[in-house]
Design a protein around this ligand. Sequence first.
Ligand code: PMP
Ligand code: GLN
Length: 400
Amino acid sequence: MSEITGAWRRTAAGAGLLRPDGSVATTIFAEMSGLATSTGALNLGQGFPDEDGPAEVLEAARSAIAGGANQYPPGRGIPDLLQAIAEHQERFYCVTLDPEREVLVTAGATEALASTLLALIDSPEDEVVVFEPFYDSYAACVALAGARLVTVPLRWPDFQPDLDALEAVVSDRTRIILVNDPHNPTGAVFSSEVRERIVALADRHDAVIVTDEVYEHLTFGEPHVPIATIPGAAERTLTISSAGKTFRTTGWKIGWLSGPEELVTAVMTVKQYLTYVNGSPFQPAIAVGLRLPDEFFAHIARDLEHGRDMLGAGLRAAGFDVSVPRGSYFTVADAGPLGATDADEFCRELPRRAGVVGIPVTAFVTPEHRADYATLVRFAACKRVDVIEQAASRLACMAP
Ligand code: PMP
Ligand code: GLN
């Protein structure tokens, strides 16, 4: 996409989404996956698994298609999936939800985020606090919703927010504190102190907490703690998740959100005019997935932890400094020790130099903060063991 005009151009410019030459970029994921395809490089860029998810879930989708689940499902989602989501929140987190009022199925977490921001933002003075670096759709959707993006930095190497910095940006103008825990791209898992402070600040300034927990089952050696379970949070928190990461079905785009009825209803009102509904045969299949035994969920985290360890060792052996992630698909590495000064440039050269694709962390930050993340690269560990092994040995022999 090179030229774009009209309202979105102004919105994109305001959100800092334009390239230096004034063009509007395609997402960094599309761009880097395109580079992997055109160069034949190993794609440790875009976060999608290269193996299928559980056979029961795939089979359930096939039989749903064969059984005729091919027309519009109900607007909120099919009752069986709503029930399965409520059961899942109860089983893992002791959170009790009314599936008919407090749960909504969406077209991926992306639509849950977009419709939440569009639904809750009232005025151009509203502020949305995000932790930077942030998942790319956050800034775009805050801009589309017409609010101000306010950032709290997460700094190398542990990427925990500074509590004073957080406190300094939350005010009565804050409409939403947008949390992503476990965090993309850094792999950080917020400490309980951070979670508690977020809840206290949201309460003090009457803000809504929107929490993106798509990597909820991908934490290493510690159970995930939804921010909604912190005392005082439930009544002001919308929790978003997705089947994509947990069941390796990123292309199915089945996501959901849950929280107080009033907030969920507001989001549903907007959501019905975005996609209306989606994924009719995939909804019953994800209900099957959410009811898989505990062992399945423990196993996916262990598998990914193994991938993370292999990737980390490979990156270290190749000369990167590595931040050890506590969750998510991703590992952030510093290419500074290899002589890099600009991660974007480094990533564009990496296919030629090593036959590997990574994503510059600068793609997840506002233009004014690029310098703070200038040499950091995100690599995805959600790939087959042989792919990670091969990437590690290619990186070890990187050409100048
Ligand atoms: N949030 C985060 C933090 C993500 O990493 C992603 C990418 N999968 C999404 C949201 C989007 O999820 P979905 O594919 O379900 O729309
Ligand atoms: N969530 C995935 C990532 O961070 C990609 C999603 C997308 O391509 N939009 O890599």
